[in-house]
Design a binder for this molecule. Sequence first.
Ligand code: MN
Length: 349
Amino acid sequence: MKAVQVRKAYDLVTAEMKKPILSKDDDVLVKVKLVGICGSDMHIYHGTNPLATLPRVIGHEVTGQVEEVGPNVRSLKAGDHVVIEPISYCGTCYACRKGRPNVCAKLSVFGVHEDGGMREYIVLPERQLHVVSKDLPWEEAVMAEPYTIGAQAVWRGRVEKGDTVLIQGAGPIGICVLKMAKLAGAAVMMTDLNSERLAFAKENGADAVVNAQTEHVAERVREWTGNEGANVVIDAVCLPATFELSIEAVSPAGHVVVLGFDERAAQISQLPITKKEVTITGSRLQTNQFPKVVELLNKGKIAHNGLVTHSFSVDDVHHAFQLIEEHPDQVRKAVITFDELIGIRRCKQ
Ligand code: MN
């Protein structure tokens, strides 16, 4: 079978690999249909993901169809449409015992620490698969994992109905956070440097948008919130400067949610944190968000609405990476298809 592998930095190949087989009683064999390309896949490709080891089959945004199940599998059967929960964990460490297996001491992320889903077939334990409706188009299902990232950030920020939420960055993750914050009943302001991305954020429910290149973000937040500050700031830009801005823009008793992997230090003093009693919280991957997101997808309460802009056959995977590298402004989410019968708007180059 075909598998997309990063061998070393900037060395992406479509390798021929052996089709996996069931080895444990709770294993499930899945025929992969669509795999989204994530910013973190690009980081692995660039050799700049500090968590990934190479060579690696990338891909953690995966939807497919069950082909075979082990004897102990109860919740799934052949033919079911599924999405992949890309984390495996020990279940016994402190984080796992606290219900936070996404930060397990022995965490292994599918497509990062272990081979992922950008291949024709995968075998995973039943607990990493969630059934979606057969009526759900594959291009909607493939967005499940990115939505869980948004759902996690909204949960970590304790976003509630009526809250004002500032989301920095209107890329795919920012848009996923936006959709989940709107479903939670918040008023949302989004920032970006790109006016097209901001227009797309408006189409997807943003109540206010700010171009951080030409406008003063903290001032706009003060105007928008009657000088209170944003109750929750979620930083999907993830630079030292946007972290600093988060602390400035957040309201008293507010939450700041950090999603970044940047190792550079930000300059943040204690005073605003104490004075406003700010809660600063990390948000990594997701905990228990898949059932919620799958229900929203199945009920049609969440849809990509133009977020998936491109699809490429697995044989054209290099074109996909090239397009994302050279024209990042044209691509919101690109997906790789392992099934020629799936019709998605074709790549326009
Ligand atoms: Mn992702």
